[in-house]
Design a protein around this ligand. Sequence first.
Ligand code: GYE
Length: 631
Amino acid sequence: MRGAVFGIKRIYLLPVLILMLGLMLTGCGSQGQSGGFIKKEGVSSIIGVSQANMREEWRVALINELRQEIDASEDIQIITSDATGSAKKQIQDIDNLIGYGIDLLIISPCDEKELADKIKEVYDSGIPVIVMDRAVEGFDYTLYIGPDNEVIGQQAGNYVGGLLSDGGKVVELLGRPSSIQGSERLSGFRKALDGFDNIEVQKLYLDSESKDAAYDIMVSARKFIEEADVIFAYSDSMALGVCDAVREMGLEEKVKIVDCDGFKGADEGIDLVKQGRLAATVSCPIGGKEAFDYAVSILGNESGVPKQVILRSSLITLDNLEESIARMNQPVYDDGRTIRVGYSQVGKESNWRLANTKSIEDAAKKFNIDLHMEIADQSQQKQFEAIRQFIDEKVDVIVVSPVVETGWDEVLREAKSAGIPVIMSDRNVSLENSEENLTTTYLGADFMEEGRRAMRWIRDNVPAEGGKKKILEIMGNEGASPTEERGRGFREILSENPGYGIAYSEHGDFTFDGGRQVIRDYLAENEWDIDIIFSHNDDMALGAIKELKEHGIYPDTDVRIVSVDATKDAFEAMVKKELSCAVECNPVIGDQLMKAIRDLCGGKQMPFRIITDEKIYDQSVAEELIRKRIY
Ligand code: GYE
């Protein structure tokens, strides 16, 4: 037929070609490369997934985990892109994905630094962004899901330290430069080894964090390898290069190899342990299922989506290999039964605490949880008694908001031997030996970041002119994780700003009266010469404001006051131009906590930490936002 191609009139050729192309794209893996993308019928949301490369097994595994979840869902479509290891291409991929009208972006950046601005741009444009595996600097994303690489390094270091209890030589491989992931793992590894004596560490620098570079350095540094007892490589690909070289050099019997990643797949960490070529690997879940679950919550505008989910990593050796693999493949199933929970709450010391208790009680009703809450009036002894009571009552799960960080090992061991998992809520504990896994997960805030935010606001809003600015710090109760970490985060930024200095610091125990007393104590010894007050919570700040005014010292004019929590009362004080700024610490974590409890009882491997999403507010937004404050 003239003017026809394959018997099709020319006039119809273009639409037919586009249709064919679209059909091809929806079917295959990396879509949208060539500009055509067709939204399937009945799909409500499109998730764009930008992967750094599809060369590494675990990155392919992540896409497959996501696909599995999405294929099972009716109304979500996925479109993926492969940046082939190039940050430049990944930025282009993101623009393409946005061009296809995605509703949410999941990205595993191939370079944390180079992609940070692009991720912020997408997030600021209102498209939710889930960052996987490699955390970018700052908090300009919706959710981060990934491992704690410092902890992964520590787990490997503790194992090597145990291996070389009589001392020995460790060869450590590191990229020049190391990725953020690599340097965090090395810092954790070294910190752990510092705890052991007579261990000598020899560093070997690689041109790239790859299998081949690792192999080459082994061969060229044979002398060091022959003297080494252990070789540490912080990724599966580097470790495979080491294993191959050591085998060729006939040194397999002499030297032990330890790595991090522990990915599934042939010649990846777990397989190399199985083959007996690795003495140990530190494995970490991929996070695809978590990413999908949270993507659905975000697209559904559900409340309680955290800011960070730090996945649990675990050390795998031949001894616990089968058990570890069984745990990884354990199906998660919630049978809907009533779950009995014992909750040891700190007390009633602040408005934050009252809002926190209410959110937990309300959520328990929603999630079919039979909640037995014991209020401890800020007494650790009372919390010990409550936990032992819960053990006697044989509850399913114990939740503790610990009044202080230390001293919990004994009572937590009792709960563990009673077979009752323990969740830390709101505040965390520091234990003698983290390898004992006495707690299942921590759900709460990043208190360090809250302290940093407070000092950054002071740096940016109270210029250090006319001499050093004097800060009075009102601390929470001694030994509590929010007190210790807010103080540390604040001092981290303070140390970079010599125009400011802490002139006085005292505990106010997170109470209104405690805040008043700190001001009274200061004025008893000193003339008022303070420029800034940093209060670890609103209640103490409001107590301080009352006391100051009774001494004719006017908040905001005579002294700027910054607090943490951002309760409604704090907003009222900002509207009244008395409080200058409030860093948010979100007490409404009931839903997230109850969801975590049901996941745990359903057999899910719980992450190390679930960090809540928080912001910072000052007088410039208080009036506008006060009506929206729910606590
Ligand atoms: O900031 C304070 C409460 O543990 C995060 O405790 C909580 C703190 C909160 O007394 O108001």
